[in-house]
Design a protein. Structure first.
Length: 196
């Protein structure tokens, strides 16, 4: 049987519009050799979902499923930029609803986007105006405390979108937000938040 390679190459030439130009198969015709290169590291964005307006003590995975505090804890324990989104199901009560913090400020130490833009009526996070429930007495806590574990080398970027922040009553450093990282706010409102 004859070597089929010239015939196959001629057929490939027909498909590429080079009819009638039969070539002999040889290493010089093949051109460059196929090789592999190492690419930069890629990470898939991790997305966490908030499905209720509850709050509670979170010290590990699964402590308060579906809460914003749990979503922030989980996102903080996954490397890279993560995203927290909110349920639009009317039964979950988040669209136009309020998350009242009962366990102090929400601590963030990793890059994250907390995006409530999918809630057409918005979402409020309320720190409750401190233990006395009275605005501007400094006996409470702020809503977000954003730290920088890199000590300024490459501070994480935290983005907040579509949130109303209220009830922060901290005696120092940021009534609604205290941030040592890069911070981006989009379509957010702060109201009745106070600090000394």
């Amino acid at each position: 049987m004859k070597n089929p390679r010239p015939l196959l190459l001629h057929f490939a030439g027909l498909l590429c519009g080079r009819a009638g130009k039969q070539r002999n198969y040889s290493p010089s015709f093949r051109g460059r050799r196929l090789h592999c290169e190492t690419c930069e590291e890629r990470r898939v964005l991790a997305t966490f979902y908030v499905a209720n307006d509850g709050d509670g003590i979170v010290t590990g995975p699964g402590d308060q499923p579906g809460t914003l505090r749990q979503a922030i804890f989980d996102a903080d324990n996954v490397a890279g930029v993560d995203e927290i989104r909110f349920s639009t199901n009317p039964a979950d009560g988040l669209n136009g609803g309020t998350i009242t913090l009962t366990q102090g400020e929400l601590s963030i130490s990793e890059a994250v986007t907390i995006d409530a833009a999918m809630l057409s009526l918005g979402l409020t996070i309320d720190a409750g105006d401190g233990t006395d429930g009275v605005f501007n007495t400094g006996d409470g806590f702020r809503i977000f405390n954003i730290t920088d574990p890199t000590s300024g080398a490459a501070p994480p970027l935290v983005t907040l979108q579509g949130l109303t922040l209220t009830g922060g009553d901290s005696y120092f450093g940021g009534g609604a937000i205290f941030s040592r990282a890069r911070l981006s706010l989009a379509d957010c409102v702060t109201e009745t938040d106070r600090t000394s």
